[in-house]
Design a protein around this ligand. Structure first.
Ligand code: CA
Length: 228
């Protein structure tokens, strides 16, 4: 189920959107001000952020500007009818699209579907993956814990990236081998086990978390820790 974050201080509108999106089969979370919205959006837990521009705390454009330092999650801005400058600035800052209030729910749903398709394409390529305090910047090939770099070899990084990109999904050793080592290597899947041990040592053990799960007889899965 795709998760959508609604950042909107008008609680009645936020509630209405939540009901409509839930009805469409999305999992929905709400934030009522800019700071809370930014914090939730940065968690990496969402497939899309619906972001109102006029917000208390940080306004929506400032939320977007800060969010884009670490995340390429699709953002759809909710703007006031005549706020042309907000629309232009929002798109310049990396919003994927905007919709003007008041809007028809059908139009909003169509734009959400379109933005989610864009996000799915981006997710396959570059961008920053995040889970709790762990971030993986594919473009810079850098991993960090709460901003502090984690030294990973190329293979360790690629293995973690393959697992994180498919978070929650159990991946077989064969599939990981093919994705990370890039060739068919029958009978040599223990290399995956060895590298999982390295990653556990450098991340799970080092930071007292559990991201890397063994699924007996099947393979491995990256899961967000409880409470994130
Ligand atoms: Ca507002």
């Amino acid at each position: 189920m795709e998760r959508i974050l609604i950042v909107e201080d008008e609680e009645k509108l936020a509630r209405f959107l939540e009901l409509e999106l839930a009805h469409e089969g999305y999992a929905v979370e709400k934030a009522f001000d800019g700071r809370a919205g930014l914090e939730r959006a940065e968690s990496g837990a969402f497939a899309l952020v619906l972001l109102d521009v006029m917000l208390p705390g940080l306004n929506g454009l400032e939320v977007l500007r800060r969010l884009r330092r670490t995340s390429r999650v699709p953002v759809l801005l909710l703007t006031a009818r005549d706020a042309v400058l907000d629309k232009v600035a929002g798109l310049d800052m990396g919003a994927n699209d905007y919709i003007t209030k008041p809007f028809e729910i059908e139009e909003l749903l169509a734009r959400i579907r379109a933005a989610l398709r864009t996000g799915a394409r981006d997710g396959a390529g570059e961008g920053v993956l995040r889970s709790g305090a762990l971030t993986l910047d594919a473009a810079r090939h850098a991993a960090a814990w709460d901003g502090t770099p984690i030294a990973l070899t190329h293979r360790e990084f690629e293995l973690l990236r393959a697992l994180m990109t498919n978070r929650g999904i159990v991946m077989s050793r064969e599939r990981l081998l093919e994705k990370v080592w890039g060739y068919d290597y029958p009978g040599e899947t223990n290399v995956v086990d060895v590298y999982i041990r390295y990653l556990r040592h450098k991340i799970d053990d080092a930071f007292g978390v559990k991201f890397l799960h063994t699924v007996r007889g099947v393979g491995y899965a990256f899961r967000d820790p409880e409470g994130t």
